[in-house]
Design a protein around this ligand. Structure first.
Ligand code: FPP
Length: 256
């Protein structure tokens, strides 16, 4: 409990420090986050891993709301990778249950905040009870325009590219597209993110420095932030700090 109190104190102090420093005219268009460290957060507190995931969902809502408040237009959250199926069944079921709970309890608020929900990933392996909730959320929010919230679910970056190539091949075969029309930009239409801008920022929490098959095509020129906090302690102040640091980096996109 003592540790929790300290986290909160840290939050308040840093919020005052970084939010006001953000340049509102130079905001990133798209932030992508690998939410890592839920299990370690729980372990440090002698709690089951599921408690870490539950606390992580609270941060999801905080960060979604704050991105909307700041005027960020695209947010991608890595909720479940194609590799996560190798976890114990109970943990997988719990994560799916949390997602459904999240959609059921927060959808109204999300819709009110003008947030559009997209799913990046292959939904065919998920139970009907889960995809029903997802379809409902996508349908309700389809015309919202303030923030696109992409939830990467059963997502793998390589899988996404292979699927894209297969769809492109089909389009080529029936003449919907010609070889001449295919370039780095037009290929994006075959990815789950479609016409959304590439992430300016990729954040991974928990101190791990890997990309774990996340948005492989889209992150060619993203700025990376590997932060030490575990996801359940990634408060809005931490987001402000990353945006502030991003605004102080020089992006050259291969130029000089
Ligand atoms: C990584 O922590 C986290 C995940 C695999 C799941 C992230 C999911 C949520 C935060 C909840 C559901 C999402 C939404 C959008 C409502 P880990 O378990 O790998 O932690 P560890 O590396 O410390 O073990």
């Amino acid at each position: 409990m003592e540790v929790l109190k300290l986290d909160i104190l840290k939050n308040i102090k840093s919020t005052e420090k970084f939010k006001d420093k953000i340049d509102k005219d130079n905001l990133p268009k798209h932030i992508a986050i690998i939410m890592d460290g839920n299990g370690r957060w729980a372990k440090k507190r002698f709690l089951p891993r599921t408690a870490g995931h539950r606390e992580g969902v609270k941060r999801v809502m905080d960060i979604v709301e704050e991105c909307g408040n700041l005027g960020i237009n695209h947010l991608t959250l890595y909720a479940f990778s194609t590799e996560n199926w190798s976890r114990p069944k109970e943990e997988i079921d719990y994560l799916m249950k949390l997602l459904v709970e999240f959609l059921k309890s927060k959808l109204k608020q999300i819709h009110k905040n003008n947030v559009k929900i997209n799913i990046l990933g292959d939904l065919s392996r998920l139970d009907r009870s889960i995809t029903n909730e997802i379809e409902n959320a996508i349908e309700l929010t389809r015309n919202n325009s303030k923030l696109e919230l992409n939830i990467a679910l059963n997502y793998g970056g390589r899988d996404e590219i292979i699927n894209g190539i297969k769809s492109l091949y089909k389009d080529l075969m029936v003449g919907n597209v010609s070889l001449k029309e295919i370039d780095e930009d037009s290929f994006k239409d075959y990815l789950y993110t479609k016409k959304q801008p590439d992430p300016d920022i990729v954040i991974r929490t928990s101190g791990e420095k890997r990309l774990s098959n996340f948005l492989n095509y889209q992150i060619a020129y993203s700025e990376f932030f590997f932060v030490d906090e575990n996801w359940p302690e990634f408060y809005t102040n931490n987001l402000h700090r990353v945006i502030y640091e991003y605004q102080n980096r020089v992006r050259r996109f291969g130029g000089i």
